[in-house]
Design a protein around this ligand. Sequence first.
Ligand SMILES: [Zn+2]
Length: 317
Amino acid sequence: MTLEPGEVAVSVRGSALGAFPGAECVGLVVDAGAAALHLQGQAVIVPRILPCGECPSCRRGAVIACPQRRARPTVPQAYEVVPARYVLPLVPPFVSQSPLSDSLWQYAALADGLLAPYTGLVRAGVAPGTVCVVLGVGTRAALTSALAEALGLFVVQFQPDDYARLDPDSARRRVAELAQAQGLPLAGACIVETVGSDAARARAIRMAEPASSILLLERSQPLGGSLGQLVAEPQGGAQLVSVAVLDSLLSSQSQVLAVAPHPDLLTELLSLCERCRIDLSSLTRPVAVEEIEAVMEARRCGLEPDLRLPVVQYPAR
Ligand SMILES: [Zn+2]
């Protein structure tokens, strides 16, 4: 197969079964076009969204609206041809040393699972000590919490039972108590909604604090909105999506940010992971190719063994 000058062929080593299975991967460049020869043989992270980088949407940072963004697989693949522009080589100075071949798969967590919340938190302008409420109790929430802690934020996450039961007002009271105990202001808080269902989003908006940022992650692909186990729908449902939702935004003068992982930020995310020693091995678990269906089915049934991100591990070819 002939590659375009700016393309690379990647032999996938790890493909995360996150919110967008098939599109969150890491691998080795086994072939490179004429303009990308410097990547030949290198281990690279392939960010989930691969925009053109040139169109009006891209120039304004709205990569998800890029009409030319590369279509990505929706099931894990052992091999993929992608534009070289946004792949990130796992070599110094981006990492202190290149990861060993047998731990490379774990870096698939950066392609979307960590990059999506990272993009949102950067856009919200968080600083150490910002109160960060992570809504959701699945894998995506676990990754978001780990990242927020690495950024020095004060993370509040609800236990699964509480998460499903809490109405916005009780949830706000709980957050206020925890923040007050730490002497932290609620103004400027960041609320990250990781589930993606309508009811979960409406509840997140109704939890707005003064000048807060409410980050809404995209709906996950395979499950039509809810990601994973333990992800119970908040009670109340669609009637929450109403004028009352807008009123809570107005009365708090908050902003709602629709978050998509920006590939430009992958480099600094990787630096953060290195600097703060984010332990990818505690956030991910390996899955064999033969287990993909079983893992996805377990997730649909809410039977996942734990909150680590499953990553399909492909052997070296
Ligand atoms: Zn574009």
